[in-house]
Design a protein. Structure first.
Length: 152
């Protein structure tokens, strides 16, 4: 009788260990995906307002986003923002998060949304950027700058 009880205890401990490992892996994966989304958002915004050509924004855009806003219009849009705001000076803050389930049994798409407060030479502005994680990478599905000078 004692041997059977030890086997059950050992199996229960093994089961708990497997559950702990699965949850630890899920937490690490979720944190890494969220961090990579935020890092990409920061890099894309900095590149979009620091360079003449928004290479990172274009390279990391979802195909549907580029259909909605073709590259030529995107470049013109960013150029117009730079003319009205002056050059980018600093990032004041970033808010937002990635919506990634801790455990997912399907290969679903994940989303992230960030709002970055930027300081340009002539005015502050906010940039709202949304990303979608699909096929192993984050892609931009929305990019919009908001500032008082841009509304005029």
């Amino acid at each position: 009788m004692l041997k059977g009880s030890r086997k059950i205890t050992a199996l229960a401990c093994l089961f708990l260990l497997v559950v702990i490992v699965i949850f630890a892996w899920a937490i690490i994966r979720t944190n890494r995906l969220g961090a990579s989304a935020q890092e990409l958002a920061l890099q894309v915004v900095e590149d979009a307002f620091s360079e003449d050509y928004p290479t990172l924004l274009i390279e990391n855009s979802h195909p549907d986003f580029l259909v909605e806003l073709p590259v030529e219009l995107l470049v013109r849009y960013l150029s117009g923002i730079n003319r009205r705001t002056g050059p980018l000076e600093s990032l004041k803050s970033i808010r937002g998060n990635a919506e990634i389930p801790l455990i997912s049994f399907t290969q679903s798409e994940y989303f992230a949304s960030y709002e970055l407060e930027l300081i340009f030479r002539d005015t502050p502005a906010d940039v709202q950027i949304e990303l979608q994680f699909t096929e192993g990478q984050w892609l931009i599905i929305s990019f919009e700058a908001v500032a008082d000078v841009l509304a005029n």
